[in-house]
Design a protein around this ligand. Structure first.
Ligand code: OGA
Ligand code: MN
Length: 286
């Protein structure tokens, strides 16, 4: 059977059907998947019980993987795997337990933010026949395109400060979050363009999130705060979003330039959720 690409019907997201990720893909199949990824910005492959090795092999085709495993995640064999989970062992969290509590993009606080993230569901909380803990995605390329021309002009050339300290302050982030920032040796703040040009497809992307964007350089404080709030709210309008309802064995990949995302904490702590993430290195932004 050939490869099938089935768009989600929302502004972004497409399911890839008919690719066996338990083996090395041939170049032609991979090229089709890669093109679908940069077109749809989020892709998902369902129903394949992948191993960490399968996930690493497939996602490394998109670019070199970062080694983000934390010291507290030594129960996983590969340094390329980052654990997202609410599970505790001997009272200690086995992974990042509050990943995605605010809208964000991964690694925005780095000089070279992550290019792509891929999350694989090993355990998904379920209640009354329904899986919980959806992840929402927003297309910030679609959000940019929909801005009035006057706003596009106003944003031209602006830079914003992305700050993990703001994120920590907003989430009350504890030990695991601090481990994440020290693992990648992040500076407290970095400056990035407010509008990024996508390195692969050239689309313009709004780079403003509730989680990390602290201020716009050169604007008075109140104007900066209001503009960040206005743009962040614009990005997540229903017209630009896709909500992924997880099933066990799903692998979801997202573009960290053209999308932002947020987790849904609608499940009780007694229901385990376990995800393994791999992350493709990004370049320096100019
Ligand atoms: C992440 C993340 C959200 C989720 O892994 O980067 O934000 O729903 N996850 O687990
Ligand atoms: Mn994230």
């Amino acid at each position: 059977m050939g490869l099938q690409i089935r768009p989600s019907g929302s502004a972004l997201g497409a399911e890839i059907i008919g690719a066996d990720l338990t083996r090395a893909l041939d170049d032609a199949t991979f090229a089709q998947i890669r093109a679908a990824f940069y077109q749809h910005e989020v892709i998902y492959i369902r129903g394949q019980a992948l191993s960490d090795e399968d996930q690493i092999r497939f996602t490394a085709r998109f670019g070199a993987l970062r080694q983000l495993r934390l010291a507290s995640q030594s129960h996983v064999a590969h340094a390329e795997i980052f654990v997202v989970s609410n599970i505790r062992k001997d009272g200690k969290p086995i992974g990042s337990y509050d990943a995605g509590s605010l809208w964000h993009t991964d690694g925005a606080y780095l000089a070279n933010p992550h290019a792509i993230s891929a999350l694989r569901a090993l355990e998904v909380p379920a209640q009354d026949g329904r899986t919980l803990g959806d992840t929402q995605f927003a297309s910030v390329s679609a959000a940019y395109d929909a801005l009035p021309q006057a706003m596009k002009h106003r944003l031209e050339g602006l830079q914003a400060v992305q700050s993990f300290e703001q994120h920590l302050a907003k989430t009350g982030g504890g030990g695991v979050k601090k481990d994440i920032y020290s693992t990648v040796k992040a500076a407290a703040e970095v400056m990035h363009p407010l509008v990024r040009v996508h390195p692969v497809n050239g689309r313009k992307c709004l780079y403003v999130t509730e989680g990390y964007t602290a201020r716009i350089v050169g604007l008075p404080e109140d104007e900066s705060r209001d503009l960040i709030a206005e743009l962040a709210a614009h990005c997540i309008k229903p017209a630009f979003t896709y909500r992924h309802n997880w099933q066990q064995h799903d692998l979801v990949m997202w573009d960290d330039c053209s999308t932002q995302h947020k987790a849904t904490f609608d499940y009780p702590a007694s229901l385990p959720r376990l995800m393994h993430r791999t992350t493709v290195v990004g370049g320096t932004l100019h």
